[in-house]
Every structure is written in structure tokens, then in C-alpha cells.
Design a binder for this molecule. Structure first.
Ligand SMILES: NC(=O)c1ccc[n+]([C@@H]2O[C@H](COP(=O)([O-])OP(=O)(O)OC[C@H]3O[C@@H](n4cnc5c(N)ncnc54)[C@H](OP(=O)(O)O)[C@@H]3O)[C@@H](O)[C@H]2O)c1
Length: 271
């Protein structure tokens, strides 16, 4: 299913906040006609109103895709608006963290194709990464369609099983916040060594962004990139001995942090 089918049958976007808005902006930039998009959102932003999409009107009965981008706690209130689209022809795509495929099958029936997706906040600048997994009724074409839509805000990877979603949440879903905190604490450490705080923050932010871009662009894996910048007995090695300590460094810390996120993701999914 390409944009042509969406143009013909329409796309419903339920919830147009940070994530929904980033996706909509990406689709429109890629040439999807605003005429094809029907948005449901109680408080549409000025930007949304300026796009020319259909807003809070009568929804098409048979849209190609219904994309759910409301907060998980709004599901009970929001989903009934889409119930008329269940039956198998409309593809449901959800980006809601922690809301399971079973929850959507209970609402729309197991015969409805449903793709659950977990994006992350760099989607706001088109640099997100989204993991997707489909239910039994979703075909390869449905997954391709979901991938096309979600690739408007970054990379897309496919999971073999929904059970992997909790770990994905712990790595890429929540991960941007870990990196933001790394920037904060690297800047604080620089300030503690005597740099003006603003300068320390500029250095830390550009270092993390630049190293991230290099790690993504390089053919070498991150471990090799690290070795490349670590001269024996040099400054980087001195710091890495602290950071790579098996008990007090990043390995143990990130292990515990990711495990805590995964545990919480499971608790939220269990209600
Ligand atoms: N942000 C992330 O990093 C991230 C990452 C992974 C997954 N997600 C998932 O993405 C989803 C959206 O997150 P977000 O950050 O974009 O949240 P958000 O900015 O709060 O967007 C949700 C939007 O849905 C609207 N809404 C509320 N009730 C509705 C209803 N009954 N019908 C239609 N629209 C309704 C909200 O309007 P009001 O503001 O007026 O309530 C808001 O505009 C969540 O399920 C979240 O779990 C987010």
C-alpha cells in the first residue's frame, strides 16, 4: 500500500500532539495530500489548522489506515471513534507505549490488521527509530505500509515478536532521555573543572551529537571508534577506566537502567 491507496481511501490520525504532528509533517513533506488526511484532536494547534487536513469532521468509513497517536491513558475514550473501521480493510497502526496488540484486537477484532509501533522523540527532527510488529491479520503489505508511514520520521526496524517491545522501549524508546542526561552530567562535570557552565554545555551537546553522527555514519562499530580515539596512557584512557569499570561504570549502570525501564514497561502493559 503506497501513498496512492492512502490518497484514494484516506488516512485517519487519532491524536496529533508531538508524535502525531511530527509524522503528519513528514507525510505532507513527502507529498501526501492534506485532502487525504482526517485528524481527530480535541485541541488542534495553529500549525495543524494551517495544514489543510480535515479536522474533527466526519471520518471516512473505509480509510486505508487509522493511526493511533493518543496517550495510552486516553485509549478508552479515543478508540470508539475508530470502531466502525474494524473488519479487516483498514490497517490500524498504534504508536502508544505499552498498549498491547491484544488490547486493540479486543476493540477492533483479531481479523483487523494491527501494527504496534514504538517510536522515539528524535522523530521530531526526522531522526527517530521505530520498531514495529504486526498481529496475525497483518500481511507483508500491511507491514510495508506501516514502515512507509513511520519512515517519514526516521528509521524503522521490524521485530519478530511483540514480547521484544519491552526491551525496545528500554533501549530506543526511553533511550533519548539517557543521552540527554549524559549531556547534562558531562556539562556539569566540565563546569566542576572550572569551565563556564554555558561553554561546558555547548561542548557537551556538540560532543554527544557529533559522536552520535560519527557512530551512525562510520563503517566501524562503536567499540572500534572508541579504540581509535584512545591512545595508551592518554587522557581518554584515564576516563574510560572509570566509565568501563564492570561494577561502577556504564556497563553495570546501563544494565540496571535498561532493566528498570523494561520492568516498568511490562508493569504498564499488564495494567
Ligand atoms: N513522545 C515520545 O517520545 C513517544 C515515544 C514512543 C511512543 N510515544 C507514544 O505516542 C503517543 C503520543 O505521544 P505524544 O508525545 O505525541 O503525546 P501528546 O503530545 O500528548 O499527543 C497526544 C495528542 O492526542 C490528543 N488527544 C487526547 N485525547 C484525544 C481523543 N480522545 N481523541 C483524539 N485525540 C486526543 C491530545 O490532545 P490534548 O493535548 O488536548 O489532550 C494530544 O494532541 C503516546 O501513546 C505515547 O505513548 C511517544
Amino acid at each position: 500500500m503506497a501513498f496512492e491507496e492512502i490518497t484514494r481511501r484516506g488516512l485517519v490520525l487519532l491524536g496529533c500532539g508531538k508524535m502525531g504532528g511530527a509524522m503528519l509533517a513528514g507525510w505532507l513533506e513527502r507529498g501526501l495530500s492534506p485532502e487525504a488526511v482526517h485528524v481527530v484532536d480535541p485541541k488542534p494547534s495553529d500549525w495543524l489548522q494551517s495544514t489543510g487536513v480535515h479536522l474533527n469532521g466526519v471520518l471516512p468509513e473505509d480509510p486505508a489506515v487509522a493511526l493511533i497517536a493518543v496517550k495510552p491513558q486516553m485509549m478508552g475514550e479515543a478508540l470508539p471513534a475508530l470502531r466502525a473501521m474494524s473488519g479487516g480493510r483498514t490497517l490500524f497502526v498504534s504508536i502508544a507505549a505499552g498498549t498491547t496488540i491484544a488490547r486493540f484486537e479486543a476493540e477492533f477484532g483479531a481479523q483487523s490488521p494491527i501494527v504496534r509501533a514504538m517510536p522515539n522523540t528524535p522523530a521530531a527532527v526526522g531522526r527517530g527509530i521505530t520498531a514495529i510488529v504486526g498481529n496475525g491479520a497483518s500481511s507483508a503489505a500491511h507491514l510495508d505500509a506501516a514502515e512507509t508511514l513511520l519512515s517519514a520520521v526516521g528509521q524503522v526496524v521490524r521485530l519478530e515478536d511483540e514480547s521484544q517491545m519491552d526491551a525496545v522501549t528500554g533501549v530506543s524508546g526511553s533511550g533519548p532521555a539517557y543521552v540527554f542526561h549524559m549531556i547534562e552530567t558531562l556539562a556539569q562535570a566540565g563546569a566542576a573543572q572550572g569551565l563556564p557552565p554555558e561553554l561546558a554545555l555547548q561542548l557537551a551537546r556538540a560532543t554527544v551529537a557529533g559522536a552520535g553522527a560519527l557512530a551512525e555514519a562510520s563503517e566501524e562499530d562503536p567499540g572500534q571508534l572508541r579504540v581509535n580515539v584512545t591512545s595508551p596512557n592518554g587522557t581518554t584512557q584515564a576516563a574510560l577506566e572509570v566509565l568501563m569499570d564492570a561494577e561502577t561504570g556504564f556497563p553495570a549502570l546501563l544494565d540496571r537502567a535498561v532493566a528498570a525501564a523494561v520492568k516498568r514497561s511490562k508493569e504498564l502493559a499488564d495494567g
